[in-house]
Design a protein around this ligand. Structure first.
Ligand SMILES: C[S@@+](CC[C@H](N)C(=O)[O-])C[C@H]1O[C@@H](n2cnc3c(N)ncnc32)[C@H](O)[C@@H]1O
Length: 362
């Protein structure tokens, strides 16, 4: 060890590193709060003691008391001291906090579903191994919790804004869907976007494609539970969608950068889309320039997603191009689309802090 180190700088840097460890622990507490229904039990309930929450949820008071104090320490709940005994302290989930942590059905800002409680040892081993082999793991290999977790993370925006904001902002798409069109949702995951469109446009048929059989099983169950019949799901990748010019609208939502061969996917989309069809790409906001991307205060989060999932999937075959989470910026998307024979490319900002949309036509 160097002896002339600035010890204050070391301590400050140590604080930064420990703050990420705190993030890991707080993430776990958020996962537990979401999983145990604690945020929902506190929403609209006003200030409550740990005993009140225990009574409401039928859970252990001592553990809840610790969880409540931990959440208040993290600034996720409000705390009012009692008479000195921790049993009399009151905790409140405000309306703002509930919008982010409790209201999955109606709040576009709901984030609680993104906290999966960490990775199991097998997945951690597989991630470490990929650094040796250069071959990443697929979404399917991440297991059912990952597919379900992703559906909760991206599903809120699909359910609340896909039809009313995104599709409504495209040229002529809503009219076609209303009259009756065929939609391909490629890389559909657990099918939230597919089903959302199918429900809103009963004259249309929506077909979800994804190579993960786990995700496709979840999509089929979701459709059956919702009683939606104008959908179908097929466990195949983008490269293998039917080359029959049958799809009026093709979606690739948050998945082109996950595909090992997005170039082959774009070529297949050119074959599956009708001559006047629309290809709508939703992908992470990035510029292709690291220094510019650094203006995003959550940039490290996206690199975490990339190493854990997106780049893994994009490197899951020997010939994978490996774009990763931040690898599909507008210029790259346009290059892929034009190389596949598309001639029109329009960028849309629909107010999604994480994603941009690209409307592509022949
Ligand atoms: C981040 S998830 C997005 C899922 C869904 N579109 C959403 O927005 O929630 C990426 C999806 O891409 C899928 N995927 C990976 N490789 C693919 C390929 N070659 N063709 C189609 N989908 C692929 C994965 O299985 C995964 O479901």
């Amino acid at each position: 060890m160097a002896t002339d180190l600035d010890t204050d700088a070391v301590k400050m840097f140590g604080f930064r590193v420990w703050s990420y460890k705190m993030g890991e622990q707080v993430s776990l507490l958020i996962h537990l709060g979401d999983r145990l229904g604690l945020y929902q039990a506190m929403a609209d309930a006003g200030p409550m003691t740990s005993s009140d929450l225990a009574e409401r949820t039928d859970l252990n008071e001592r553990l809840l008391r610790e969880w409540l104090h931990g959440q208040a320490a993290a600034g996720l709940l409000e705390h009012t001291p009692g008479d000195g005994s921790p049993l009399t302290a009151r905790f409140e989930l405000t309306a703002v906090q509930a919008a982010v942590l409790a209201d999955e059905a109606n709040s576009i800002d709901f984030a609680g579903g993104a906290f999966r409680g960490g990775f199991g040892p097998d997945l951690l081993d597989a991630l470490a191994e990929s650094f040796h082999t250069g071959i990443g793991i697929t979404y399917e290999q991440q297991g059912p919790e990952a597919a379900a977790g992703l559906a909760r993370m991206t599903g809120v925006r699909s359910r609340l804004e896909l039809n009313s904001v995104v599709l409504a902002g495209l040229d002529g798409v809503v009219d076609k869907l209303t009259a009756g069109a065929t939609v391909a949702d490629i890389g559909c995951g657990a099918g939230v976007s597919t089903i959302t469109i199918a429900e809103a446009f009963p004259n249309s048929t929506c077909i979800g494609y994804d190579p993960s059989t786990t995700a496709i099983e979840q999509a089929r169950s979701r459709a059956a539970e919702a009683g939606v019949t104008n959908v179908a799901f097929h466990a195949i990748g983008a490269e293998d969608v039917p080359a029959d010019a049958s799809h009026d609208l093709v979606l690739t939502f948050d998945c082109l950068h996950d595909m090992p061969r997005p170039d082959l996917a774009a070529a297949a989309i050119a074959e599956t889309i009708t001559p006047d069809g629309t290809w709508l790409i939703k992908d992470i906001r990035s510029t292709g320039d690291f220094e510019q991307d650094r203006r995003n205060p959550l940039l490290a989060l996206f690199y975490g997603f990339s190493i854990a999932s997106c780049l893994q999937s994009a490197m899951s075959t020997e010939d994978g191009l490996g774009l990763g989470t931040l690898g599909l910026h507008a210029a790259r998307a346009e290059e892929l689309a034009r190389a596949a024979g598309f001639t029109s490319f329009a960028e849309h900002d629909f107010g999604d802090a994480a994603n941009l949309y690209y409307e592509v036509r022949k």
